[in-house]
Ligand binder design. Sequence first.
Ligand code: NAP
Length: 247
Amino acid sequence: MGLNVVVVTLPDPTLEPLIAELRETFPDLEFRSVPVSFSPNVDYMAPIKKETSDITIQLIFNNAGFIVTGFFEATDEMKHLVNLECNARAAVRVTHHFLRILVAKKLKGCICFTSSVAGYIPTPFAVMYASTKAFVSQFSSCVAIEVANLGIDVCAVHPSPVNSNFYDKVEHKIQLMEDAKKAAVEPDSITGDIFKSIDSWYLRDLGAMAIGTRLGTSFLPYNFFTGMFAAFAPFLGDYKTHNAKRG
Ligand SMILES: NC(=O)c1ccc[n+]([C@@H]2O[C@H](COP(=O)([O-])OP(=O)(O)OC[C@H]3O[C@@H](n4cnc5c(N)ncnc54)[C@H](OP(=O)(O)O)[C@@H]3O)[C@@H](O)[C@H]2O)c1
């Protein structure tokens, strides 16, 4: 698409080889990397601002995210806070910084958030994940209204399961996730749909699971789902497995 790219992600050993490969494949384009961790005690905005101070960023993708599984109280507080920082707070800070510049320079652009189906249905065993995704979708829609007339498109996408590294990092195995993974599509198959969604949707559900869940939750109150899940959760295999470890 002829886009220069700044990749902001964890400082792991795959980052520099990725940038080198991109440079070799697209010699006419510019690629930069900013290795940072979106964690509560890390000043990740400083290197992001420094590495982008001489260029104008008009397309912003808030995509970094991970899931913490298991009962909420079974995971250390700090891990939840890192999850909150990565999935929600970092998206706020990155968006605030680059949106300010776009508005000040009177430039058009887009901001895209990778949210999740989990954001619009009560999701036990992934409390922080679902809560941060609900936040991100709401945040996206609110900002969208404020900047739509400036030519800045803001969109949150809700993909159905994608065969990325997402599932490999899960600490507490959840059978419902393992089942969802079986229906996962390849990452390449949804990137085009994400780009196409940006100027025509505010919230975009991608794939059968996301669309089906949206339809299924459109006609009944949220309270109903919470009550129904609370009543039936103790009969689920995942609940029984993790509950047995509660002691
Ligand atoms: N896969 C799915 O089924 C699915 C479905 C709906 C929504 N999503 C959402 O899609 C987005 C992308 O996830 P994915 O499926 O592509 O999974 P992924 O392969 O695990 O990619 C997640 C990305 O986030 C980065 N990241 C994780 N923790 C970070 C932190 N604390 N600070 C900075 N970067 C961090 C990872 O860096 P490293 O590469 O260095 O680990 C990786 O680049 C996430 O927001 C996820 O919630 C995924």
